[in-house]
Design a binder for this molecule. Structure first.
Ligand code: DGL
Length: 277
């Protein structure tokens, strides 16, 4: 995490936390943050006009990441959370560079740290988009934490549209999951990292496919716990109780957006504002 101490001194607990993702998948992070930190004002930006990021080149994702960060700075956040695994894997340094010294947290580091802590046998599976897996960023982060750990990765691109379509417990999703995960299971993993914003929606089905003995790491939950730790350490937790609904910004209104938003956020859709990146 990059923190400019001089800048930190001027941050106030009442300022909002800004979260962004390529689309609506990052609402799984908002959902976990609301559960853990109900007092915080949350502003979420979903770049729904340019989703998916996971199939794009690093160059494009890095440009988008810079633009998304600049947009969120207008809301004077006390912290920026990169909910998108693809951005966390390929462009976290860009967000840190653009963030004007505000603390930046990404799902990838939080998920990796939790996986390294939880594994017993040292064999960790990671699933994500093509871009995230091709970047090797999860493997590198986990090896940096503990070089004795073995990481096995698999891109599971079809999980994104399946989650968006609400194919949560569908037979077709189970068959695809069995096929994708076979290779990882052959390495006797005991921990599986959900390295994509959309995958927590499929968590119960994935757990059924891999079996109860494999611990599933939800990066959304991991980053929410890390946010709580960092804000508390910096005395930046909001103490006033307001339970604000999150403010949702989007760059386009996707088809069937209400149903999709509610699926990912778990509550009735709050106010949505259309913005230009
Ligand atoms: N948000 C992306 C991620 O977590 C998934 C969707 C996309 O490809 O943009 O990697």
């Amino acid at each position: 995490m990059s923190v400019d101490l001089q800048n930190l001194a001027v941050l106030k607990p009442e300022q909002p936390i800004c979260i962004f993702d390529s689309g609506i998948g990052g609402l799984t992070v908002v959902r976990k943050l609301r559960e853990l930190l109900p007092n915080e004002e949350l502003i979420y930006f979903g770049d729904t006009a340019r989703v998916p990021y996971g199939t794009k080149s690093q160059l494009t994702v890095r440009r988008y990441a810079a633009e998304d960060t600049r947009l969120l700075l207008k809301y004077q956040p006390k912290m920026i959370i990169v909910a998108c695994n693809t951005v966390s894997a390929t462009a976290l340094d860009v967000v840190e560079h653009e963030s004007q010294g505000k603390p930046v947290l990404g799902v990838l580091k939080a998920g990796s740290a939790l996986a390294a802590k939880e594994t017993r046998c040292g064999h960790i599976g990671v699933i994500g988009t093509n871009a995230t897996i091709a970047s090797n960023a999860y493997s590198l982060e986990i090896y940096t934490i503990d070089p004795s750990l073995e990481v096995y990765s698999k891109a599971c691109p079809l999980f994104v549209p399946l989650a968006e379509e609400g194919y949560i417990n569908h037979e077709a999703s189970k068959l695809i999951a069995q096929d994708y995960l076979l290779e990882l299971m052959a390495h006797n993993i005991d921990t599986l990292v959900l390295g994509c914003t959309h995958y927590p929606i499929l968590k119960a089905m994935l757990s059924e496919v891999v079996g109860e003995s494999i611990k599933i790491i939800d990066s959304a939950e991991a980053v929410a716990m890390e946010v709580q730790r960092v804000l508390s350490e910096q005395s930046l937790l909001c103490q006033e109780v307001h339970n604000f609904p999150p403010k949702v910004l989007v760059s386009d209104l996707p088809q069937k957006f209400r149903t999709k938003f509610e699926l990912f956020l778990g509550i009735e859709l709050p106010e949505v504002e259309l913005v230009e990146v």
